[in-house]
Ligand binder design. Structure first.
Ligand SMILES: [Zn+2]
Ligand SMILES: [Zn+2]
Length: 299
């Protein structure tokens, strides 16, 4: 997961508004698209022609003002492709008037998928990954996103194929859990033929949101959680009023959800140094880091 922008509503000279790219095998998912997203993609040499799915959490400008610029560039590059946008339903009417003024024929085909703000919902799946949206608690309708690799099949131990003379046609069954009967009638249990698959990995994105405990249930045990931390505790009243979280709030959710690692971001422009957020969060949840433009976090 690569951070393109870690700022809240006001960008600073070294922080861009929210945007991230999640690189799962063969797929690039763009999560939020704040102003400057396409410049960050260029700077980081991320081939944005590969982005076919864009997830927009909510319609505050710092989360989607980069979209029209990105679409316009893709169009100028002559890309002829479908792009799926998962967002609040109103995005289409907001962006359509601008699309109408793009010169010539638009070759990008935008397909809008409205988000559900009432409950968790599966919004995308293919054979390797599932994506869910879930409501969070902000001043307007907002969703978080959960990306999960699908369960993988066990790996067959290569040496057993010649050892027991296993025909290729049987391998699919064995991977699905079957044992094998040899030519001499000996039954070999599945456990002797396969090794367990790697654990499926997961990533959750939660911004913008106030402290909201139901999130912890949904993001339970994820490998990596991005949770906003716009303020620190000294501005608790302001966080409550604007429906944002403090670094402590983010850490409490991470702890409650038993996640492996927490990344905090969406920092208020009034703080130059993100270490104040990290120091505060680490008093509750040790494995916390601050989001940083251009940095990639392995899951
Ligand atoms: Zn925001
Ligand atoms: Zn917001």
């Amino acid at each position: 997961m690569t951070i393109l922008g870690s700022s809240s509503a006001l960008p600073t000279s070294d922080r861009y508004p929210t945007a991230q790219v999640l690189n799962m095998p063969g797929r690039l998912f763009l999560i939020d698209c704040g102003e400057g997203t396409q410049i960050q993609l260029r700077r980081l040499k991320i081939g944005f022609g590969r982005i076919k799915h864009i997830f927009i959490s909510h319609l505050h400008g710092d989360h989607y003002y980069g979209l029209i610029g990105l679409i316009s560039t893709l169009n100028l590059l002559g890309l002829k492709t479908d792009i799926h946008i998962y967002s609040p339903s109103e995005l289409k009417e907001l962006i359509q008037p601008q699309l109408n003024f793009i010169k010539g024929e638009t070759k990008i085909n935008l397909i809008f998928h409205p988000l559900n703000f009432k409950r968790k919902e599966k919004i995308y799946s293919d054979k390797r990954v599932e994506v869910f949206s879930f409501p969070v608690k902000h001043s307007i309708s907002t969703c978080g996103f959960l990306f999960k690799e699908t369960e993988k099949q066990p790996n067959i131990i290569k040496a057993v194929i010649p050892q027991y003379n296993i025909p290729i046609a049987k391998i699919k069954e064995i991977k699905a859990g079957a044992g094998f009967i040899t030519e001499n009638g000996e039954t070999i249990p599945n456990s002797k033929l396969t090794t367990p698959p790697p654990q499926p990995r997961s990533y959750a994105f939660c911004t913008d949101t106030a402290y909201h405990e139901p999130i912890a249930e949904i993001v339970k045990d994820v490998d990596l959680l991005y949770h906003e931390a716009t303020f620190i505790e000294e501005l608790r009243d302001f966080a409550t009023k604007t429906k944002h979280s403090t670094a402590t709030d983010a850490a409490r959710i991470a702890k409650l959800a038993n996640v492996k690692k927490l990344i905090i971001g969406h920092f208020s422009a009034r703080y130059n140094d993100a270490s104040v957020f990290v120091n505060e969060a680490q008093t509750v949840f040790k494995n916390t880091v601050a989001a940083k433009e251009g940095k990639t976090y392995k899951i």
